[in-house]
Design a protein around this ligand. Structure first.
Ligand SMILES: *Cc1c(COP(=O)(O)O)cnc(C)c1O
Length: 414
């Protein structure tokens, strides 16, 4: 018995899962090559003169049903552009989340504003109207919400709160292409939407970003900020204010245009695969599948489990270790490891020279990172197990992942 089991185990090969870091899990192919060749043959690689980035902006706006979309060089640039367009005074506060990509946080400091970290709901890892309300002050200039892992924030309640105070909402949709809350696409509900085309996002140009808005005046500022605030096409163009060159080039525009035509299919395949895994994990002790508000459409940038350490020995960390050792599945317990406010940039206020600017302008409440103020953040990070997710997953991959989780969880079950 023991012998045959050992033989069987060694005979079982680990399955290689498609990865978003290479061709196995990316949709880059002949369509991208054809448009890229066209861009190169045109000899025009800057978007100020070319056609590809303009076509991308038009098609992205049409797809989302939004009036304006502008391409830029990254998701971080998109968030920076959104903040710069809203134009905070130095020392103004921008409410954000304690669990997000650093690229969504540093732009706040670059614009001289103070990030005010809101706690998250440990079930969804997203900020809520309630956690945002706790951070409001007379200095609040904007709210940035991140639709983490592709699952939208509860935008109805958040917009009610923001509108009652006249505060603009920036939606960081970098992980949430075509996600919906109450039938509306994320990135079109607030004042500005931000998207990323980085290697690991739903669609990619290696690096790249997009901003969206329905507000004409804001659209003008978004466009200008991406273009060194130079008024292209104006009767007397000038550089109107401080801004960078955050343009996307035509090479990226060509690839992005081909990628965009595949987006709906990518999202659908990720959703179908996710539904299958959710079904296979139902009722597994100590494991909770994604919590999705009935008004939400989740687009599964990642598939996240909550692992209960009172049932599974060592919780998410223990399960991740087993999945890697026994099945070759690389998952990420704790996602970003620690809340963003515990990173050196915030804890040690490392900004411009030794100035600590703009933290020097902050009121004390905004810099209070006491863990007791962030119970949802710590609980959420302790429980989360981020499974890599991909549109190329087949039934065989899903079965493999589900069986691995069942097997490893059973071994760790107290
Ligand atoms: C990826 C990401 C960003 C930053 O995008 P880059 O293109 O990497 O600069 C910002 N916010 C979130 C939520 C992200 O996932």
């Amino acid at each position: 018995m023991v012998n045959s089991l050992t033989t069987q185990q060694t005979a079982t090969q680990n399955l290689n899962l498609p990865s978003d870091q290479n061709a196995s899990g990316r949709t880059l192919g002949s369509e991208e090559i054809a448009l890229l060749a066209e861009a190169i043959h045109s000899g025009t690689l800057t978007s100020t003169k070319g056609t590809f980035v303009k076509a991308l902006e038009k098609q992205f706006a049409e797809l989302l049903g939004v009036k304006y979309a502008y391409a830029c060089s990254s998701g971080s640039a998109a968030v920076h552009t959104a903040i710069a367009a809203i134009d905070p005074e130095p020392g103004d506060e921008i409410i954000t989340t304690s669990i997000t990509d650093m690229g969504a946080l540093t732009p706040i400091l670059y614009q001289g504003a103070i990030p005010r970290f809101a706690d998250v709901d440990p079930m969804t890892w997203n900020v809520t109207a309630q956690t945002i309300a706790e951070c409001l002050s007379d200095r609040t200039k904007a709210i940035i919400v991140t639709h983490l892992f592709g699952n939208p924030c509860n935008m109805t309640e958040i917009m009610e709160l923001a509108n009652s105070r006249g505060i603009p909402v920036i939606e960081d949709s970098a992980q949430a292409f075509l996600a919906k809350h109450d039938s509306q696409y994320t990135g079109t509900i607030g004042k500005v939407g931000c998207f990323s085309l980085q290697q690991g996002k739903h669609i990619t140009t290696g690096e790249g970003g997009l901003v969206t808005t329905n507000d004409e005046a804001l659209a003008r500022r978004l466009f200008l900020y991406i273009n060194k605030a130079f008024g292209y096409g104006d009767p007397k163009p000038d550089h109107y204010f401080i801004a960078l060159n955050y343009r996307m080039c035509e090479l990226q525009g060509a690839v992005a245009l081909a990628q965009l035509s595949k987006l709906k299919g990518i999202v659908e395949r990720r959703q179908i695969a996710a539904a299958k895994l959710t079904q296979k994990l139902q009722g597994l002790p100590g494991i909770t599948t994604p919590h999705i508000d009935p008004r939400n459409v989740h687009v599964y940038w990642k598939y996240c489990l909550q692992v209960d350490s009172s049932v599974i020995t060592n919780g998410a960390v223990g399960l991740a270790k087993k999945l890697k050792e026994e099945k070759g599945i690389f998952s990420a317990p704790r996602y970003i490891q620690k809340p963003a406010f515990q990173c050196e940039i915030f804890e040690k206020q490392r900004t411009f020279g030794n100035s600590r600017f703009p933290f020097t302008l902050a009121q004390n409440e905004a810099l209070d990172y006491t863990p007791a103020l962030f119970p949802g953040t710590f609980e959420g990070l302790e429980k989360v197990l981020v499974l890599p997710w991909n549109e190329a997953y087949t039934d065989e991959h899903i079965d493999y992942i589900a069986d691995a989780i069942h097997g490893c969880a059973a071994q760790l079950c107290c």
